[in-house]
Write a protein that binds this ligand. Structure first.
Ligand code: C2E
Ligand code: CA
Ligand code: CA
Ligand code: CA
Length: 277
């Protein structure tokens, strides 16, 4: 057993070292990714009950010179730990607002919303409210069409401060979604105090919503809670017509998922009549 234990060290130590080195290299590359113009913002459609296009969620990708398109799951945590998320988040916000401003005078697209993911590190930053205001002013985007997606974990610390910032941004017209709802710890008392516009049902509850009574009960509870609090609900990760029909019948009013469109560099676009056919 002792020999085996020793062996294990020999086998795993280089692998661990390799992993640490790979992470360090990725971080070094990420530090220059912005200057090298390697970040891309993809857009995934958000639709209403008649599949009509309502807007998009902006999702970042990294066009790495050797690795190809890198998922945010791989580099956002690194960006958060290193503080790089502050400049990356600023870039995302600015790109999204430039897109909104670009559509402002196009009658077919003028009402479409864009949702941006905000990390806890950004929300904690003392300059965040001013930054959003400056980007809105600079780009000329309609603040009422900008959605900021926050997660439950953000409210564990600094609740007062976060709520204060949310109110300041609400005054500008910006609306908030609570992302991945149901996966974190939420208490009704704090939920009531947040100036939210909508909840997003996490994909983990949507996947089996039409076949698993437990997931169906969770979806039903989130929708009832949202109704009580006067909030809208978006279901994420909708992949099948059955999931869509089930959630719509429960009263969900907005949907996002591969059934309607995957995230794309050029935002997918259709008019309701086109898609009704
Ligand atoms: P999220 O906010 O929960 O975003 C939804 C994720 O689900 C996206 O993955 C999207 O591509 C994926 N998705 C959407 N519909 C479906 C579907 O029908 N089926 C399946 N299997 N997946 C679906 P993505 O783009 O890889 O993003 C992962 C996470 O990275 C996001 O999760 C978000 O937390 C984070 N992220 C993405 N962009 C940004 C950003 O600009 N800033 C920050 N701070 N985080 C970001
Ligand atoms: Ca999101
Ligand atoms: Ca989400
Ligand atoms: Ca999710």
């Amino acid at each position: 057993a002792k020999a085996q234990g020793k062996n294990r060290v020999h086998v795993f130590a280089p692998a661990l070292q390799e992993q640490i080195l790979a992470t360090a290299r990725l971080l070094a590359d990420l530090r220059v990714a912005q200057q090298r113009d390697e970040l891309r913002l993809f857009y995934q459609p958000v639709v209403g009950t008649a599949r009509e296009l309502r807007g998009y969620e902006a999702l970042i990708r990294w066009q790495h010179p050797d690795k190809g398109m890198v998922s945010p799951v791989e580099f956002i945590p690194l960006a958060e730990q290193s503080g790089l998320i502050l400049s990356i988040g600023h870039w995302v916000l600015r790109q999204a607002c430039l897109q909104l401003a670009d559509w402002r005078h196009d009658p077919a697209r003028a009402g479409l919303t864009v949702a941006v993911n905000v990390s806890a590190r950004q929300m904690r930053d003392a300059g965040f409210v001013e930054q959003v205001k400056a980007v809105l002013d600079e780009t000329g985007a309609n603040p009422g069409l900008l959605r900021l997606e926050l997660t439950e974990s953000m409210f564990h610390a600094d609740l007062e401060e976060t709520v204060g910032k949310m109110h300041a941004l609400r005054t500008l017209g910006v609306r908030f979604s609570l992302d991945d709802f149901g996966t974190g710890y939420s208490s009704l008392s704090y939920l009531r105090r947040l100036p939210l516009y909508q909840l997003k049902i996490d994909r983990s509850f949507v996947t089996h919503v039409d076949t698993d009574s437990h997931d169906a009960a969770i979806a039903r509870t989130i929708l009832a809670l949202a109704a009580t609090l006067g909030l809208r609900v978006v279901a994420e990760g909708v992949e099948t017509p059955a999931q869509f029909a089930f959630l719509a019948q429960l009263g969900c009013d907005a949907f996002q998922g591969y059934l309607f469109g995957k995230p794309a560099l050029t935002p997918l676009f259709w008019t309701s009549t086109e898609h009704d056919a």
